[in-house]
Design a protein around this ligand. Structure first.
Ligand code: 13P
Ligand code: SF4
Length: 305
């Protein structure tokens, strides 16, 4: 079958079998094309709540499907590729967090959404990269423990200096791999381009950016800007998407390392297989108790965001 034929079969099956397909913006373009909802982590977790279909197929990584499940316990939620995980989400065990909470019980715990449901159950509020600064500003607590991304945490700390924010050592191995040397080389190669960077990059990189923002923040900034050239400091798919959508502008990838292998696992054939045989697909299982415990901090994020 050609890519177009697989896409047509998927579009037909998703109607017949009542599926809503969600895709994170880092997913391959041919998969994004068949999705009902595409976006960054915040948009996906907000919009999944409005899905009318009784089945949800998540094209992304495990913690995203888990979040969709805890918000939609009456639905079947599947992950397109069962081994697609996010290494950052698995960096911290609940026991480690419980130990830290015991050491400093007066700190409110803010968790990046890239965390497991088991860890979320012990946090006060979740944030995404697009909502982190706004939510931390709005929180009543002045003393905060921010987990697990120390780079996003450092960006929040700098943007909200009035709060006492403690960080832990963790982060995205893809974004954090970008070096200052790569920034200097990209700027030298494209001196007229604006540098747009994701806050999961290290502070030395974000400090040199013209704009720091989430996946959708970067997309919106580039689309609205009068500038004609941009160096994109987030997953490579975003530069590609922008190049398709803004043919009159030029987009350069900040580093060749900005490819998330986990997000790239999902193929059109994975999606087709789930729709053809949902009984063999990877379905997220969660008890009502687990969902209720971990949903509290997502509900708080949606309330404050
Ligand atoms: P956002 O979707 O919030 O920009 O986060 C990027 C990311 O790395 C998702 O795993
Ligand atoms: Fe995880 Fe980083 Fe990949 Fe996002 S880009 S899924 S944070 S490894």
């Amino acid at each position: 079958m050609t890519i177009r034929e697989i896409q047509e079969r998927i579009l037909k099956l998703k109607e017949e079998k009542d599926f809503c397909i969600l895709a994170h913006s880092y997913i391959k373009r041919e998969v994004i094309e068949i999705a009902d909802i595409v976006g960054d982590s915040f948009k996906l977790s907000r919009d999944v709540c409005g899905a009318k279909q009784k089945n949800i197929l998540f094209c992304g990584v495990h913690f995203m499907a888990e979040t969709a499940k805890m918000l939609n316990m009456d639905k079947h939620v599947y992950l397109s590729n069962r081994i697609a995980g996010c290494p950052m989400a698995e960096q911290m065990e609940p026991e480690m967090l419980l130990y830290m909470k015991k050491q400093e019980p007066d700190r409110a715990v803010v968790a990046y959404i890239n965390t497991t449901a088991a860890l979320k159950a012990h946090c006060d509020v979740c944030v995404t990269s697009s909502s982190a600064v706004q939510i931390v500003k709005k929180m009543q607590a002045d003393k905060i423990l921010f987990i697990p991304d120390c780079n996003l945490g450092a960006y929040v700390k700098k943007s909200v200096p009035e709060k006492d924010i403690k960080l832990v050592q963790g982060g995205c191995p893809i974004h954090a791999s970008v070096t200052v040397e790569e920034v200097e080389a990209a700027k030298a190669a494209h001196p007229d381009a604006l540098l747009l960077v994701h806050p999961e990059c290290v502070p030395k990189v974000t400090e040199r950016a013209d704009y720091v923002g989430s996946t959708s923040g970067i997309i919106n900034y580039a689309k609205k800007s009068d500038a004609k050239q941009f160096i994109i400091g987030t997953e490579y798919e975003i530069a590609e998407t922008l190049q398709y959508e803004c043919p009159d502008k030029e987009f350069f990838v900040l580093s060749k390392k900005l490819v998330c292998p986990n997000m790239k696992l999902t193929t059109l054939v994975d999606v087709l297989n789930v729709l053809e045989h949902p009984e063999n697909a990877y379905e997220i299982e969660m008890s009502e108790e687990e969902a209720a415990a971990s949903r509290k901090c997502i509900d708080e994020m949606l309330r404050l965001g």
